[in-house]
Write a protein that binds this ligand. Structure first.
Ligand SMILES: Nc1ncnc2c1ncn2[C@@H]1O[C@H](COP(=O)(O)OP(=O)(O)OP(=O)(O)O)[C@@H](O)[C@H]1O
Ligand SMILES: [Mg+2]
Length: 236
């Protein structure tokens, strides 16, 4: 028997449930990881794909919910054959969740959600990940999103520095230190700037599947994945 407390609110965003009794009688705690930002092009879809892939590679059941009307994650998967996890629209994900339970739901949000959409999404999330490049252009929209999350009483967020330029640039460190000294929550790990990310997107695979230097950001996502699991375990 599958016991599921699935509630669909008027907004049509969903909130999941807490305990799921699977057919094998094991209790599964479903964790939702929301990837979002008010700014577009900050690495949300890349993060969603590569984190879902890492979780699956660690033998977790995972589904990516593509809430972006552009369907970037769905199209990326269709370009290749190697991504093993399901990527479904919100509507389809709801039906899927009636049939099957997942340990992790990774939610890729649309390019520029409005504040109400952010709050609908974020309310049900166990962790909100805000990717941003270490640039002034990305900073303001990210801090705006965090201010809105704080208004909702949500502090289980982490900023993910993404597309961080390689050494000798210190942009990553500098931005991280500034964010931390401003009291913001930032992942220890970050994602390097690498031609591997667009290449993997083009080939429809996770970046770790590439060869040579292209696959190096796969290590960053592995570090990030470990940090995410640790965060979620501590929150339990
Ligand atoms: N670490 C990185 N290094 C180099 N390029 C990157 C990196 N992360 C993302 N990109 C590239 O930046 C572009 C935007 O990334 P992505 O699609 O993941 O962002 P997004 O926030 O989902 O965008 P949108 O708001 O349009 O949905 C893509 O071309 C992607 O390949
Ligand atoms: Mg996207």
């Amino acid at each position: 028997m599958v016991i599921r407390a699935l509630t669909v609110f008027a907004s049509s965003w969903f909130y999941l449930p807490i305990l799921v009794d699977t057919k094998v009688g094991k209790y599964v705690m479903t964790k939702q990881i929301l990837i979002c930002n008010y700014k577009g092009g900050v690495g949300k879809t890349s993060t969603a794909i590569n984190i879902a892939d890492w979780l699956e590679n660690q033998n977790h059941s995972v589904m990516l919910i593509d809430c972006d009307p552009n369907r970037s994650a769905t199209k990326l998967k269709a370009r290749g054959e190697s991504l093993g996890f399901k990527i479904l629209s919100q509507q389809r994900a709801l039906s899927e969740l009636q049939k099957k339970s997942y340990e992790y739901l990774v939610i890729d949000s649309q390019a520029r959600p409005h504040s109400e959409e952010l709050s609908d999404f974020a309310d049900g999330a166990d962790l909100v990940v805000l990717p941003m490049a270490p640039s002034i252009d990305d900073l303001d929209p990210t801090l705006e999103a965090i201010a809105d999350l704080k208004k909702l009483g949500i502090d289980h967020y982490r900023i993910l520095l993404s597309a961080v330029p390689p050494k000798p640039s210190r942009e990553g460190e500098t931005m991280r230190d500034e964010l931390l000294s401003g009291g913001y929550r930032v992942f220890d790990s970050w994602i390097r700037r690498s031609a591997g990310i667009p290449k993997a997107a083009l080939e429809g695979c996770a970046v770790r599947k590439l060869t040579g230097n292209y696959k190096l950001p796969g290590r960053d996502y592995a570090r990030l994945g470990t940090e995410i699991i640790q965060f979620l375990e501590e929150e339990q």
